[in-house]
Write a protein that binds this ligand. Structure first.
Ligand code: ADP
Length: 267
């Protein structure tokens, strides 16, 4: 079932990756996903919303190629094949914890994925500084993680993902551990960057309000084994502002989303 009034442009955009009938059973017998169907379209901000343990992170790991589905297929619509294709796809991954190396500077932390690709510090400098500038941390390039606040550490983690110019950005509850004011600020910065750069984002959250504020589309998941039960289209133009956060429209979409989540969990 699709809950939509008017379409947002990304609903008609070309698909980037399609999950069809995807199931994942772990070696210990845990069935994390069963019958997951999902089309991710270019330029959309898609949230995966569901209770803890419903398989949201598992979907991100499968899309990133860090794990294989037990059944079903994950099809990329880029015509590229094999290992080279996976390298080219450049999936950016931001985790709940910033996972920075404490002994390395902000710059060197952001350099890591490029370094792993064999790109020297000097050659990577332009890309890294652009990424640090976009998250407002250019002046902190020589700082160490211990000198940064929680929000700044998360910004470094985002810059690290951006430095590779990913074609798709996967974010796994990146703001869950931050205080509310910092979270709201990072929500706005993320939306500004998404709007400017035209990224495709898959964002995992269990917060109804965060998903409504950020997304163009919310895929609501069932409890484990997870699958997509329904989707909610958030038909609200960008840029979203503080006024939208507290608007009746936001409240109305959040109510619908919350009801959809409860139905999905009751199934
Ligand atoms: P979510 O991100 O929605 O909280 P996850 O995708 O992390 O959920 O996990 C889905 C289910 O699969 C959970 O019950 C979790 O404990 C289980 N799980 C995740 N990874 C593994 C693993 N490597 N081995 C066994 N079980 C796992």
């Amino acid at each position: 079932m699709q809950e939509s009034a008017t379409a947002t442009p990304t609903l008609q955009a070309a698909p980037i990756v399609t999950l069809s009938g995807v199931g994942k059973t772990f070696d210990n017998g845990t069935v994390a996903l069963a019958g997951t169907d999902l089309v991710v379209r270019r330029g959309e901000f898609l949230s995966l919303l569901g209770p803890s343990g419903c398989g949201k992170s598992t979907i991100l790991r499968l899309v990133a190629g860090l794990d294989e589905p037990t059944v079903g297929t994950i099809e990329w619509h880029d015509n590229a094949k094999g290992r080279a294709a996976q390298r080219e796809r450049n999936v950016g991954y931001v985790f709940q914890e910033p996972t920075l190396m404490p002994w390395a500077t902000v710059f060197d932390n952001a350099w890591l994925p490029l370094r792993l690709k064999g790109i020297s510090r000097r050659k990577a400098e332009g890309q890294i500084m652009t990424a640090l500038e976009s998250v407002g941390l250019a002046d902190f390039r020589a700082a160490y993680p211990r000198e940064l606040s929680g929000g700044m550490k998360m910004r470094v983690s985002i810059a690290r993902a951006l430095a590779t110019s990913p074609s798709i950005l996967l974010m796994d509850e990146p703001f869950a551990a931050l205080d509310e004011i910092t979270r709201f600020r990072l929500n706005d910065d993320l939306l500004r960057l998404w709007d400017e750069k035209g990224w495709t984002v898959i964002f995992v959250t269990h917060s109804v309000f965060e998903s409504v504020y950020l997304s163009t589309r919310i895929a609501v998941m069932t409890a484990r084994p997870g699958r997509i039960a329904t989707e909610v289209i958030v038909d609200e133009p960008s840029p979203r502002t503080e006024a939208f956060r507290t608007s009746p429209k936001n409240g109305e979409i959040a109510r619908r989303t919350s009801e959809a989540l409860h139905r999905a969990m009751g199934e």
